[in-house]
Design a protein around this ligand. Structure first.
Ligand code: DQA
Length: 149
């Protein structure tokens, strides 16, 4: 079965208790469960990982370059700072979708810029936990279309 890496970056392990006015009450574990359910419907397997460490996120991106068919990623604050992760995404040939729980364009100005968005097919931002499932749907839709070429 095809596998998709779902990558979450720093502080996302604290979802459910972290700034709930912005990020809501859903835990990352609950988000992973809804992704697994959707993945089953779509006939794909999800491999959900979270790290607070930039290098580990980069290592995982390298690791899946031949074993997985795509990546859904929420890099947390590394979105706005990490040229290294953006380079890692560009260094592999897998399609990816960037997701954010909050609408990064409706917050502080520094959040509006993403180093990594231009390495992705597209971005889903502002739909809470549904950003992850919408991101997975978008990736699978893209893969279905590119396989028809
Ligand atoms: C976030 C938005 C980022 O700006 C922030 O640093 C996060 C979470 C989101 O999902 O809304 O950690 O990626």
């Amino acid at each position: 079965m095809d596998r998709v890496l779902v990558l979450s970056g720093p502080n996302l392990n604290l979802l459910g208790t972290r700034q709930v006015d912005i990020y809501g009450l859903a835990t990352l574990e609950a988000i992973h469960e809804s992704l697994a359910k959707l993945a089953q419907e779509l006939g794909v397997a999800v491999d959900c990982r979270q790290s607070n460490h930039e290098g580990e996120l980069i290592d995982w991106i390298h690791e899946v370059r031949e074993s997985h068919v795509g990546i859904v990623f929420n890099l947390g604050a590394y979105t706005h700072t990490s040229i290294a992760i953006a380079d890692a995404l560009r260094a592999i040939s897998l399609p990816s979708v960037e997701v954010h729980l909050s609408n990064i364009h409706a917050r502080e100005a520094f959040r509006a810029h993403s180093h990594t968005a231009s390495a992705a097919i597209g971005v889903v931002t502002g739909f809470g936990p549904a950003s992850y499932t919408l991101g997975l749907r978008a990736l699978m839709d893209y893969l279905g279309r590119s396989n028809q070429d």
